[in-house]
Design a protein around this ligand. Structure first.
Ligand code: ZN
Length: 422
C-alpha cells in the first residue's frame, strides 16, 4: 500500500461495487470561485499520521479476527486503547460473546444533529485463509517490497486504520466542526450474522445515526505509482445464491444410463457458464464510464463513449466486457458457478448432483426474471433451480447530487494532483 496519501484500495467482498469515478486528470487544480479561497486541509501534512496508521494496520492484521468465529472484541479493545491515548472516549458495544463493535464521536455541538453527521465505518473481521497458498504468514503483517502483506490488509483493515487516522488527525487538529464525525468499527461483516451491522442497527441505531456514511467498496487506483482515479461506490449489486439440482436414476457405475445426474448437471453448468445476461445501464454505471473515458487511452475511451450508441453499442459492450471482469459485471447480472456436490462412492451413480451459482443482480433486477432465462437456456426437465434464503438486501443507490459527493470530488482533485506531476 502506498500510504503517502492514505490510499486505500478496497475490494468489495460482499458485493460488487458500482462506482462513479472521479477522473483525477480532469480535476487537477480546480479553480476556486471568486472570493472562495481553496482552504488547505485542516490536518495539514499527513505523512506522520500515515506512518502511525501503518503501524496500527500491522497490529490489527496480527489480531486474528477470522470470521467465524471473529473475535472482533480483541480488535475493538486495541482500537479503544489507541483512542484513549488521544483523549477520545469510545464505547465498546458487545453483540455476542467475544464479538463487539466500537463507536466513538467527535462532537460539533452539544446537541447532535444526526441528519448532518458523518459516519466513518469499516469492519474488523476477515475471511478465512488457505494457509498453504500463502507465501507469508497471513497474520504477521510482513512488509516486503513496499507492500504490507496480511489477511485483511485490503479488506477491510486498511480502511479501518485509515478511518482511525482520519478521525484522530481531526481530533488533534481540533477544528471547529460543523457536523459530528462518528467512527464505527463493526463485526461480522463477512457472514452478516448475529454480530453484524444489521443487529447493531436494530439495537443501537440512535448511537450512530448519520446523514452521510463512508464505507468500503470504492477504490483509488494506482498505476505506475500514479493515482489514476478515485472511485466512489454509490450503489451495490445484490448477491443471491441459487442451487442447481439435477436428478437422475442412481445405480451401479458398471451400467451407465443416459439420465445420470452428474452428466445433466455438468451440461447445465456448462451452458450457464457460457451465458451472458443482457446489458442493463444504471445511471451510476453510465456516469462511471463517461468519466472514465476521459482518462483511458483513446481506443478504450472511444468504446466507453459508444456503450449505448445505436449502431455500435453492442460491439462496444463486448469490447468493454472482454477487457475487464469488473466492467463486465458492472454492465449485467453476473453468474458464477462456485460449488459442486455429487456422489458418495467411486462406483455408484448418484441420484442427485448439485451446483451453487453465486449470482450478483444489478440493482432493480430480479432473480425470477434471470432464472426464467436460465431455465429456457438449460431446457432440461431433470434440472431444478432452488433460490437460497441468504440473498443480500437490495438498497437504493446513494445520491451523487449532494454537497458530500461534491466535496469528495473537490478534495480528490486537490489531494492527488501531484500524482500527475503537476
Ligand atoms: Zn469487506
Amino acid at each position: 500500500m502506498n500510504w503517502n496519501h492514505m490510499v486505500q484500495r478496497m475490494a468489495g467482498a460482499a458485493a460488487l461495487a458500482m462506482a462513479a469515478s472521479i477522473p483525477v486528470a480532469a480535476q487537477v487544480s480546480p479553480a476556486a470561485p471568486p472570493g472562495m479561497p481553496m482552504n488547505p486541509l485542516p490536518i495539514g501534512d499527513t505523512s506522520a499520521i500515515a506512518k502511525e496508521a501503518q503501524s496500527w494496520l500491522a497490529d490489527l492484521i496480527k489480531i486474528n479476527t477470522t470470521n467465524p468465529p471473529g473475535n472482533e472484541q480483541l480488535a475493538a479493545m486495541y482500537i479503544a486503547g489507541i483512542l484513549e491515548k488521544e483523549g477520545i472516549k469510545s464505547e465498546i458495544l458487545d453483540l455476542t460473546p467475544g464479538r463487539s463493535a466500537l463507536l466513538a464521536r467527535l462532537k460539533s455541538t452539544a446537541m447532535a444533529d444526526p441528519s448532518k453527521a458523518l459516519l466513518l465505518v469499516a469492519h474488523m473481521d476477515v475471511v478465512g485463509v488457505e494457509k498453504p497458498k500463502w507465501t507469508v504468514d497471513p497474520f504477521a503483517a510482513v512488509q516486503k517490497d513496499g507492500y504490507l502483506y496480511g489477511r485483511g490488509a485490503i479488506d477491510d483493515k486498511g480502511m479501518l486504520a485509515a478511518n482511525l487516522a482520519a478521525f484522530i488527525a481531526l481530533k488533534r487538529a481540533n477544528p471547529r466542526l460543523n457536523r459530528d464525525v462518528i467512527f464505527l468499527a463493526t463485526a461480522d461483516e463477512e457472514q452478516f450474522g448475529d454480530a453484524s451491522v444489521k443487529i447493531l442497527i436494530a439495537k443501537h441505531w440512535d448511537k450512530f445515526a448519520a446523514g452521510f456514511a463512508l464505507n468500503e467498496g470504492g477504490e483509488v487506483l494506482l498505476k505506475n505509482g500514479k493515482v489514476q482515479y478515485v472511485a466512489v461506490q454509490a450503489s451495490e449489486k445484490v448477491p443471491v445464491n441459487v442451487t442447481v439440482v439435477a436428478r437422475g436414476t442412481s445405480g451401479h457405475a458398471s451400467m451407465p444410463t443416459k439420465d445420470n445426474a452428474v452428466v445433466h448437471l455438468a451440461a447445465a453448468v456448462a451452458k450457464i457458464g457460457n451465458y451472458s445476461a443482457p446489458v442493463h445501464f444504471t445511471t451510476i454505471v453510465r456516469r462511471y464510464f463517461e468519466q472514465l473515458a476521459a482518462i483511458e487511452d483513446d481506443e478504450m475511451g472511444k468504446w466507453m463513449r459508444s456503450l449505448d450508441a445505436p449502431d455500435r453499442g453492442e460491439h462496444a459492450q463486448r469490447v468493454i466486457s472482454d477487457a475487464s471482469p469488473l466492467w463486465n459485471s458492472m454492465l449485467r447480472d453476473s453468474i458464477a458457478p462456485t460449488m459442486l456436490t455429487a456422489g458418495v462412492r467411486a462406483n455408484v451413480i448418484p441420484g442427485e448432483a448439485r451446483a451453487n451459482l453465486n449470482i450478483r443482480l444489478l440493482p432493480g433486477d430480479t432473480i425470477d426474471v434471470l432464472l426464467a432465462e436460465l431455465k429456457k437456456l438449460v431446457n432440461d426437465p431433470q434440472i431444478r433451480f432452488e433460490i437460497q434464503p441468504d440473498a443480500g438486501l437490495a438498497a437504493p443507490p446513494s445520491s451523487l447530487e449532494n454537497d458530500f459527493y461534491a466535496t469528495i470530488t473537490k478534495v480528490a482533485g486537490r489531494e492527488f494532483s501531484d500524482a500527475w506531476g503537476r
